[in-house]
Ligand binder design. Sequence first.
Ligand SMILES: C[S@@+](CC[C@H](N)C(=O)[O-])C[C@H]1O[C@@H](n2cnc3c(N)ncnc32)[C@H](O)[C@@H]1O
Length: 215
Amino acid sequence: MVALTDAVPSGRFDRDSTRRKCSRIHGWLTDPERDLLYNLAHNTLGGVIVEIGSWQGKSTIALASGSKHAGRGRVYAVDPFCKSDAMKMIDGIYDVWAITQVDDTYDKFMANVAEADLWNDIVPIVAVSAEAVALYEQRHNYPIRLLFIDGCHEGSYVQKDWDLWSPRVPSGGVIAFHDAIGETYPGVGKVAEHALNSADWEVSRCDSILYGTRR
Ligand SMILES: C[S@@+](CC[C@H](N)C(=O)[O-])C[C@H]1O[C@@H](n2cnc3c(N)ncnc32)[C@H](O)[C@@H]1O
């Protein structure tokens, strides 16, 4: 007789299958960055994961797969997922996602989440970061063990992401900034370096990601 079990069959959410799933999705993560997100999601303890800026779900799926493989919590994916013109107006800047041909990333994001078999593991919050924080507080409000910041790359927005979300990350939790290293987004680097430059944080890096673990 075959025993029925809720256990996740091995292999569906491990690193190799995550690499295959992510390779089919458009995005800017390097392979080492994808593996880092998977590992951080797998290994950090004590709360949920929040991602600011999800696009079509490449990083979201790396995070959710690592978390699921370890039997840990969900990923809350914050993004307005809106049309490029609206995006331009919301952030007042003309940037890489404003010039792509994808009109509305929500459908693409959800299709990628479904294909990765992560329906129950990812909760989209369809709002800009500053509005999402109130929704999160009202409906969820769990401590955040891993915060991945990859939304609007303009310095004042990254600072706002930090100010609003970082107090929810307890000791042992991790905050990671994408595009914080290198010349392309100086605003991100400036905010990230300043924010993590204290004895409270143990800082590491991987390609363009600068991340800190709260002591
Ligand atoms: C670089 S893409 C994210 C890429 C994604 N993390 C990945 O690795 O596949 C930036 C995303 O941030 C979103 N975004 C821009 N401004 C935002 C804001 N204020 N709050 C939340 N998301 C924002 C955009 O809609 C876009 O999808």
